[in-house]
Design a binder for this molecule. Structure first.
Ligand SMILES: Cc1cc2nc3c(=O)[nH]c(=O)nc-3n(C[C@H](O)[C@H](O)[C@H](O)COP(=O)(O)OP(=O)(O)OC[C@H]3O[C@@H](n4cnc5c(N)ncnc54)[C@H](O)[C@@H]3O)c2cc1C
Length: 453
């Protein structure tokens, strides 16, 4: 790369994708800078995956304490208390530690970190405050931002961003939305003792997940005391101190102590000047790229949440590796979006990989469906009324397992291994010939013999 530019690559956004791209490219010998306006590590580390999972662990302790009695532990109820500020402070300390690690990873790789908000001045120039920096390549990795529907009183509605820093927990809360962030936060709040209602306009939440999983999870969440209001939405919110009054689309009014919207996220492109430069945005506001993350402007690439591919950290990481190799490696490599495994850290967890039954039918596969439902062993002594669901979607012609879905403890942990097998083309016969690990819930995935459909 000619030295006529300050850098070979400037990455805008030090989130999951941006950090990985900057590091990998610097390790390949490129001169790299990354510009970050808020926090090193981006959404995932600061207001996403990591703090969310820490809160999920915290919320699950209430179940563990209840389950302890069946195992002979005597934990007097009046001696158990929970302190929300402690959880938030400990979470904050952990996030700060991770911010430091991200900074050191970048510095050790030789990446220049520029603090500030970036905009594109021209195809090779990024402006941060009153400084300009030039680069042969510029990558937009600015992520996404929560959207709150435009209703009266929307300014009093919180998003996941603020939930991570709430000064105190309310007694009651409403979660508005039906995606994975909504069900995860409903589980967190309910587990921490908040009387929680989830409101979603669709007939059932988690659109895009297998229908059996959606129905099963709704039952399990209801058993945990979470009130699910489907087929209704919030039309307006009025607030008085910390009391909120919600007018719902069915004509009813409900009051609560907090409203959180998890009603979608938009590409974060504010103030970047992309369109003036000729970088195209699609109807949903995402940056349009080709399969090599190339925008309409040759020197500008984009990846991660901002391009509208599945909004998951491992997707942004994988895209970054592909792009780094294309820009500064041997120029090869493609992104493979098949069999992306994912977990939802609701309670109980969901793990899923491959096609849902409905997707597989729509794609024309003839199917054999295997399903198993049982009470996890842990709950036999504790008496907890929580069940586990496992489901395999098998192509009847090839015997390949093309979908695996689960609701139950450690679903994410279990699904990761299944994803490897499925990506490698495992058939149902391979599952059947694999010995179980006994006694686990996971062994059920290799012992489902009779199809249910
Ligand atoms: C509540 C929640 C829970 C989630 N849980 C999971 C999970 O369990 N598993 C999972 O895989 N994914 C999860 N995600 C999704 C995951 O966080 C994102 O998919 C991932 O962070 C996307 O990475 P990215 O690099 O595209 O963007 P980001 O990580 O969002 O990083 C973008 C960065 O760009 C910076 N930036 C933006 N504009 C500018 C600018 N003009 N100048 C300089 N810097 C700028 C931002 O400050 C940010 O740091 C969750 C998300 C949320 C909100």
């Amino acid at each position: 790369m000619a030295e006529r530019y300050d850098f070979d690559l400037i990455v805008i956004g030090a989130g999951s994708g941006g950090v990985r791209l900057a590091r990998m490219s610097a390790q390949r010998g490129a001169r790299v800078a990354v510009v970050e306006s808020r926090y090193l590590g981006g959404t995932c580390v600061n207001v996403g995956c990591v703090p969310k999972k820490l809160f999920v662990y915290g919320a699950h302790v209430s179940d563990d304490l209840e389950d302890a009695a069946g195992y002979g532990w005597h934990i007097p109820h009046d001696q158990v208390s929970f302190d929300w500020p402690t959880l938030v402070a400990n979470k904050n300390a952990e996030i700060e530690r991770l911010n430091g690690i991200y900074g050191r990873l970048l510095e050790n790789a030789g990446v220049t970190i520029i603090n500030g908000t970036a905009a594109l001045h021209d195809a090779n120039t990024v402006v941060v405050g009153d400084r300009s920096y030039t680069a042969g390549h510029i990558t937009v990795a600015t992520g996404s931002w929560p959207v709150v529907p435009d209703i009266p009183g929307k300014e009093s509605i919180l998003t996941s961003n603020e939930m991570f820093y709430l000064p105190q927990l309310p007694r009651e809360a409403v979660i508005w939305g039906g995606g994975y962030i909504a069900v995860e936060f409903a589980g967190i709040l309910a587990g921490l003792g908040v009387d929680t209602t989830l409101i979603y306009r669709g007939e059932r939440f988690l659109r895009g997940f297998d229908d059996d999983i959606r129905t099963f999870l709704a039952d399990e969440m209801t058993k945990k005391g979470i009130k699910l209001k489907f087929g209704v939405t919030i039309e307006s919110v009025s607030s008085d101190n910390s009391h909120y009054s919600l007018a719902l689309s069915d004509g009813s009014v409900m009051t609560t102590g907090l409203v959180m919207a998890a009603t979608g996220r938009r590409a974060l492109v504010d103030g970047l000047g992309l369109e003036q430069l000729g970088v195209e945005l699609n109807q949903s506001g995402h940056v349009v790229v080709d399969e090599h993350f190339q925008t309409a402007v040759p020197s500008v690439t984009a990846l991660g949440d901002v391009i509208g591919t599945p909004q998951l950290t491992p997707v942004a990481l994988a895209q970054a590796m592909v792009l780094s190799r294309r820009l500064f490696g041997d120029g090869k490599g493609e992104m493979d979006y098949s069999f992306i495994p994912t977990a939802v850290f609701c309670q109980p967890n969901i793990g899923t990989v491959g096609l849902t039954e409905a997707e597989a039918r729509e794609a024309g596969h003839s199917l054999r469906i295997f399903r198993s439902e049982f009470r996890p062993m842990k709950y036999t002594l504790s008496g907890r009324d929580e069940r586990c669901l496992m489901k395999l979607v098998v192509d009847a012609d090839t015997d390949r397992v093309i979908g695996a879905h689960m609701v139950g403890p450690d679903a994410g942990e279990i699904t990761q291994g299944l994803a490897v097998a499925m990506k490698a083309g495992a058939t149902k016969a391979d599952f059947d010939s694999t010995l179980g690990i006994h006694p686990t819930s996971a062994e059920e995935f290799v012992t489902m013999r009779e199809p249910v459909a």
